[in-house]
Design a protein around this ligand. Structure first.
Ligand SMILES: NC(=O)c1ccc[n+]([C@@H]2O[C@H](COP(=O)([O-])OP(=O)(O)OC[C@H]3O[C@@H](n4cnc5c(N)ncnc54)[C@H](OP(=O)(O)O)[C@@H]3O)[C@@H](O)[C@H]2O)c1
Length: 340
């Protein structure tokens, strides 16, 4: 089979296309024939590591956590999946060397999820990191809900920072599906059109206008939940627009790695800050995300593509380095790799 691997951390050029033997899935594992591999910032950040030339955690690593394809073989003890099932996978390369940038990959059965009939591989490969992170961010509020389904956010106002980003896009879609009023911030008209296509009710350009004033105009009582990609840049904005007992779910350090909080105004509003990292979120949160995302897929609530606010950028497997470079360069939308 064709596989993309790296032996040393560094720039996209460390990625090499090689031939490898297929391996049998171990007990509790599933082998998936990957059709589409999804690329996320975490994939290039892991490949880059702490510096050029360092040894990765395994002698040889195949990148990319997300993907979609068809179950090809079952390891001993796997009962909830069958050969031929169309599936999406998550955390394929977490604490193991076998990501999705290859024709076949083995992974624990719990990280392999059946796609509802009619859900495309492109959608499947776009779910793992973005949709599961968005699900966690939307379910960490003090007053709940802890699970998502239609109507459960009906009385909530959700602010999604960066609604044209991959996680932001998924957060808009899931929040909208769950019935929230969704406000999002973006940096320009093209991204505004994408966030609107994703389903945001109100789109605010945080560069052009006073975002706090604009948000308060459409959410007079403030917002209940903030899905935050750039807390260092947005902490004052969040404080200005948050309702008492609102939660701020912080899943990234884009635009700065540290921030300071004034204690008294935060205390007065009883605000809650919840950090989110998919790798350490725990099995209960992963299971909740899988189940709720599966329901959202059945409702066709998570489409991808330009018309749905997430333009797709495709690369062949041999050009995985270009796909990584595109994500690293801030491609707007979703970078996918056609594997076969
Ligand atoms: N914690 C986790 O488990 C987890 C999971 C997934 C992703 N992440 C991280 O989250 C980040 C985003 O991932 P992604 O795949 O969504 O990337 P992406 O598709 O590149 O989106 C990032 C978005 O953030 C927006 N942004 C940057 N600064 C902003 C600001 N001050 N206000 C509002 N929006 C702002 C960008 O748009 P503009 O620059 O135009 O504003 C862009 O649309 C990455 O750092 C990634 O590593 C973490």
């Amino acid at each position: 089979m064709k596989s993309v691997v790296y032996f040393r951390t560094g720039g996209p050029s460390v990625l090499q296309l090689v031939d490898r033997d297929m391996t049998e899935p171990g007990p509790g594992e599933v082998r998936v024939h990957i059709i589409v591999s999804g690329v996320n910032p975490t994939d290039w950040k892991s490949r880059r590591g702490s510096g050029d030339g360092a040894a990765p955690p395994f002698p040889e690593v195949t990148p990319n956590q997300d993907g979609a394809g068809v179950v090809d073989a079952l390891g001993e003890g796997v009962e909830n999946l069958a050969v031929g099932d169309r599936v999406w996978v998550y955390l394929a390369g977490h604490q193991r060397p076998t990501g999705t940038a290859q024709e076949y990959t083995n992974l624990p059965a719990r990280r392999v999820v059946r796609l509802p009939a009619g859900t495309s591989f492109d959608i499947g490969a776009s779910l793992g990191v973005p949709a599961m992170t968005a699900h966690r961010a939307l379910t960490v509020s003090e007053d709940g809900p802890g699970r998502l389904h239609p109507g459960v956010l009906a009385d909530k106002v959700v602010l999604v920072a960066g609604g044209a980003g991959a996680v932001g896009h998924a957060a808009i879609q899931l929040a909208r599906w769950a019935g929230a009023t969704v406000i999002t911030t973006i940096s320009g008209p093209a991204k505004a059109a994408l966030a609107t296509a994703a389903g945001a009710h109100h789109v605010i350009n945080y560069r052009d206008e006073n975002a706090a004033t604009a948000i308060t105009k459409v959410a007079r009582d403030g917002v209940d939940l903030i899905v935050e990609v750039a807390i260092a840049a947005n902490s004052q904005l969040n404080l200005d627009v948050a309702k008492p007992r609102a939660s701020v779910a912080i899943y990234a350090n884009d635009g700065g790695g540290e921030f300071a909080l004034p204690i008294r105004p935060n205390m007065i509003k009883n605000l809650r800050y919840q950090f989110v990292l998919l790798y350490t979120v725990g099995d209960a949160a992963l299971t909740a995300a899988v189940e709720d995302i599966t329901l959202a897929l059945a409702h066709e609530a998570l489409p991808v593509g330009e018309n749905a606010g997430l333009p797709l950028h495709r690369f062949p497997l041999a050009n995985t380095a270009d796909a990584h470079q595109a994500v690293q360069d801030g491609a707007v939308g979703k970078v996918l790799i056609d594997v076969p």
